[in-house]
Design a protein around this ligand. Structure first.
Ligand SMILES: CC(=O)N[C@H]1[C@@H](OP(=O)(O)OP(=O)(O)OC[C@H]2O[C@@H](n3ccc(=O)[nH]c3=O)[C@H](O)[C@@H]2O)O[C@H](CO)[C@@H](O)[C@@H]1O
Ligand SMILES: C=C(OP(=O)(O)O)C(=O)O
Length: 447
């Protein structure tokens, strides 16, 4: 177990490079199960714990997977099992994305129910509705879902009740090998959907309209491996943009695609931050006091829910009161209690949080309740008075590559310590002090 230790007060400046997008690479790795011929080569695959998990899922299904210096190869010519084991699906909901590829290619799949998580119940009804419309028989029981196709899946017209990212991806993948045409209406429009569609098309699929609310897929007989480079992670980029703003800094976020970050850039500009879109990235300069703004999360192209907690950290140090409304997940304010430990003044009323900004945050011992909450607490720690200790780092490692190293490269006083486990709260504190180590490149356990 480990913790991040952050000493607040440094102004961040310099250049930071964004890694490949977690939310692109995960469905893309799942999609590589569709390749009956050849091998897939996926470049700019970030060394994240989630990537390790989905690679393990593929291996458990019989695919051969290698990972070397951000390049993944997947040889899925032989599939030995159609069952995604509980131990992996429990760790990461995106494991459920192997369902569409397995069902359409193998005609059968059995997968553990992903269940809820810290940010909401996260049902999968829209995924299943899509598979059923394509002719699959779905059975649920004993914590598993079984899906069976009698022959090939059939193309269908599917209207999603919510523009779900995962359901759009799962159905799109299933439709690539279905007989005939599938149309997904009210499809999610996220850049990661477009990246997946580009990958599928490179495999020989025929997917049109990705990035709009209507996606049309013409089924083909077979798909093959291909080469693909994953898009930069817009949420990691947004997190560094907030790091610049919260410390009054000047950061060039290399690789950030301004087009993917429209609402985040707009909100930062409304607050008084200067954002310059450049050819290979985005420069963020914060040289004046920040103004409070209201934020409402929405599906893309609205403000991303995955940036909500980081934005809350920023609004805590801005002048005035702001209202943050979370419309995507029903329980994504778990970080509020942790911010309160840092002397934040936030009231939650239903789906809205009223943030009273302008007072100095104080360093405290806090815990990441989910991935983005962890990043947000680190951001708050960068500006807080004194030292902040952030535990729950396993959440952060799911989605950020070398976060402490990248921030310290920009001048932040942040490092990671290992902590002995298990121990009662009081003992953990002394362990953390005892085992302080300088910033070093933390290798993922599987590298
Ligand atoms: C690996 C990945 O890409 N994760 C992202 C993906 O998650 P994920 O794909 O799980 O998110 P969805 O877009 O599916 O969820 C959005 C909303 O739809 C609801 N819903 C979803 C499916 C369904 O069958 N029924 C249903 O009601 C969910 O409970 C949620 O309230 O998009 C989210 C929303 O941008 C992001 O926060 C996650 O980082
Ligand atoms: C919620 C997130 O991811 P996941 O869907 O993988 O839990 C996230 O990236 O913030």
């Amino acid at each position: 177990m480990s913790k991040f230790i952050v000493r607040g007060g440094n102004v961040l400046a310099g250049n930071v490079k964004v890694s490949g997008a977690k939310n692109s690479v995960l469905p893309i790795i799942a999609a590589s199960l569709l390749g009956e011929e050849g091998v897939s080569v996926i470049r700019d695959a970030p060394p994240l714990d989630d990537v390790m998990t989905i690679n393990k899922v593929l291996e458990s299904l019989g695919a051969a997977v290698t990972y070397d210096r951000e390049v993944i190869t997947v040889d899925a010519r032989q599939i030995a099992s159609c069952e995604a084991p509980y131990e992996w699906v429990r760790k990461m909901r995106a494991s459920f994305l192997v369902m569409g590829p397995l069902l359409t290619r193998m005609g059968f799949t059995r997968i553990s129910l992903p269940g809820g998580c810290a940010i909401g119940t996260r049902p999968i009804d829209q995924h299943l509705k899509g598979f059923e419309a394509m002719g699959a028989e779905i059975t649920l029981g004993h914590g598993f879902i079984e899906a069976k196709a009698n022959g090939r899946l059939r193309g269908a017209k599917i209207y999603l009740d919510v523009a779900s990212v995962g359901a759009t991806e799962n159905i799109m993948m299933a439709a690539t090998l279905a007989e005939g045409t599938t149309i997904i209406e009210n499809a999610a429009k996220e850049p990661e959907i477009v990246d997946l569609a580009n990958y599928l098309n490179s495999m020989g699929a025929v997917v049109r309209g990705a990035g709009t609310g209507m996606i049309r897929i013409e089924g083909v007989e077979r798909l093959h491996g291909c080469e693909h480079t994953v898009i930069p992670d817009r949420i990691e980029a947004g997190t560094f943009m907030v790091a610049a703003a919260i410390t009054g800094g000047n950061i060039f976020v290399e690789g950030a695609i301004a087009d993917h970050l429209g609402p985040v850039i707009s909100k930062l500009e409304e607050m008084g931050v200067t954002v310059e879109a450049q050819e290979n990235g985005v420069r963020v300069i914060a040289d004046k006091p920040l103004k409070a703004v209201d934020v409402k999360t929405l599906p893309y192209p609205g403000f991303p829910t995955d940036m909500q907690s980081q934005m809350m950290a920023l609004l805590l140090v801005s002048e005035g009161a702001s209202v943050i409304t979370e419309t995507v997940f029903e329980n994504r304010f778990m970080h509020v209690d942790q911010f309160r430990l840092m002397s934040a003044d936030i009231k939650v009323e239903g789906r809205s949080a009223i943030v009273s900004g302008g007072s100095k945050l104080s360093g405290a011992k806090v815990c990441a309740t989910d991935l983005r909450a962890g990043a947000a607490l680190i951001l708050a720690g960068l500006t807080a008075e004194g030292t902040t200790e952030v535990s729950g780092t396993h959440h952060i490692d799911r989605g950020y590559v070398d976060l402490a190293e990248k921030l310290s490269g920009l001048g932040a006083d942040i490092w990671r310590i290992s902590v002995e486990e298990p121990a009662p709260e009081t003992e953990k504190v002394s362990a953390s002090v005892k085992e302080e180590i300088p910033v070093l490149k933390i290798q993922p356990s599987w590298a």
